[in-house]
Ligand binder design. Structure first.
Ligand code: MN
Length: 295
């Protein structure tokens, strides 16, 4: 397989929140910005898209098309919409909220919603809970309902495997595989994230290979969430595993380096990780690195 084909097959994206300190942003200006910096894809926040009036949503999609940028959608459901809640009224509220997200994303031809679509975030288990199986059952029950809407709207829900300090349901690739096999729908897939894998997995390569049949997208970042290329993540091992499984999904970087606002708080950024850095220049450097080392 030639280099050209590789470039065409693995899109490189970035999550808008690298530049933001609030989750709810006007995404429009980010589209031409990320295009100029060399990206193929922009990941935005699904709940904010749901809140946009239909004409604003269409403008966003038109701007993405004009720039040749693919939009993907992230979500960390809040506790009020926890689809894994043991409280049935909360769970049902969560399911109808995600149903609305699916329709909103599909209305602008969005094909992927990734993140904590299976529970909530940032999360701690219910007080006193020491065995997560009842929560997992609630989550599967919700997902069985949601995949029907996802199938009808041609949207894939990617469950993100997240480290133990932020979530508790799916901490490893293996747990995610067991989950999606139980849901058993082509519209429920897995997103792995190198930042979380670094904490939980024995091996990057084995985790990627374990998830291979269901791996739909990858979040990439260094161990401290700096942009790819400025840390000690074993990129060569990760690249080889992606090549070995013929991974063709998007590589979406998710750097967080600035403290402040709700984003800094939720991500636990308590210091400036790159003092004096020009964020745009660092993003452009990272996209060059990823195109060279991971595509
Ligand atoms: Mn992530």
């Amino acid at each position: 397989m030639g280099v050209e084909l590789g470039i065409m097959e693995r899109k490189i994206g970035i999550y808008y929140a690298y530049w933001a300190d609030s989750w709810d942003e006007d995404f429009f200006p980010y589209i031409s910005k990320v295009k100029m910096l060399g990206f193929d894809q922009l990941e935005i926040q699904a709940a904010s898209v749901l809140n946009l009036p239909a004409d604003k949503r269409r403008e966003l999609k038109a701007e993405a098309d004009a720039n040749g940028i693919t939009l993907s959608f992230g979500i960390g459901l809040t506790k009020d919409y926890d689809v894994s809640s043991l409280d049935e009224s909360v769970r049902l509220r969560g399911v109808s909220f995600v149903h609305e997200l699916i329709k909103a994303v599909s209305s602008i031809d969005g094909r992927m919603i990734s993140g904590t679509v299976h529970s909530y975030w940032p999360a701690v288990p219910p007080p006193g809970l020491t065995d997560k199986r009842p929560v997992r059952e609630q989550s599967i029950k919700s997902m069985n309902e949601l995949v029907k809407a996802a199938e009808d709207n041609d949207v894939v829900l990617n469950v993100e495997v997240i480290n133990r300090f932020e979530q508790f349901l799916l901490n490893t690739s293996e747990e995610a595989v067991s989950y999606v096999e139980e849901v058993d729908s082509p519209n429920c897939r897995i997103l792995l994230d190198t930042f979380h894998m670094n904490i939980e997995e024995d091996s990057f390569a084995d985790a990627i290979k374990t998830a291979a049949p269901y791996l739909s997208a990858l979040h990439i970042g260094e161990t401290n969430r700096k942009p790819p290329g400025c840390g000690r993540m074993p990129w060569a091992e990760i690249r080889k595993a992606l090549d070995d499984i013929n991974f063709t999904g998007p590589l979406v970087m998710e750097p967080f380096i600035k403290p402040g606002g709700q984003v800094g708080r939720d991500i636990s950024v308590w210091r400036d990780l790159m003092p004096g850095a020009d964020l745009d220049a660092e993003a452009a450097k990272a996209v060059d690195f990823v195109r060279r080392e991971l595509c």
